[in-house]
Design a protein. Sequence first.
Length: 307
Amino acid sequence: MLLNDLLVVMKVAELRSITAAANSLDMQVATASAALKRVEKNLGLELFIRSTRQLRMSPAGERYLPQCQQALQLLESARLNIQSDLDELGGEMRIALSSDLGRNVITPWLNEFLDQHPNLTLRSHISDSIIDFYRDTVDMALRYGSPTENNLYGFKICDVPRLLCAAPSYLATHGTPSHPHQLATHNGLCYQLNDVVQNEWQFAHYDQTIKAKLCGNRISNDGDLVRRWCVSGYGMAIKSCLDMADDLLNQRVISVMPGYTPTPTELWLVCPSRQSITPTVRLLRDYLKTRTQALLSALAARHLIPS
């Protein structure tokens, strides 16, 4: 039986809700539910009686879980005793980053983070490919989109608006579209993920959803290259506002059709197991939340994203 699964079960018992437990532990509801099922399967009994409206402990759960709580408290006490003499963070921080966000935004922040904690070292894995935590030897990944794998643990850093962007030079030559249907006459700079070209762009306008199929002469599986093409005036691209923040703030690109909103995303710090959520990971999580919020606030203050 995994200790991580037992921690989830204890939180479910405390809050009487799988959803509330998942939110409290910064994980997906499906992950928490799977952990509970594994513990019950291992024991061969149900710890909770579930109905459509409520969840309560079974008689077996009422006998079993208090003893588990005592055991977990003993383990936590032992962990704190080991760490009590550590004054500073130390060790190697192995993190996977996407090409664009990683190079242009997060790496300068990580340099400052290392300056604040000189006993830390950094191993940075920069790629837009899907990370295999064991094959690629990383402890955490900062990536767009909430984790869908039930065995991963993550912290949501922030919500991230996405924008349709183009350089002023491109718009001066080709005109500025006012509706997604006009994008058919423009050059789309498209990102390719897992061999799928993302050339169908979706926009929200009030209660409408509008799709536009793009044609273009440049496609790449490297998000940073798509950004560079956009800044150089080769066409239009849909990008995360974090990826484009410096270009937007310095007017190297312009947000086009702000009334039509591309599908937003989220930024998550993801770990392969609960054991890998170290004090360093938690401090980095808080640091990234602070820095991203400051950058989003700067974009909102210039009316480049909704406030």
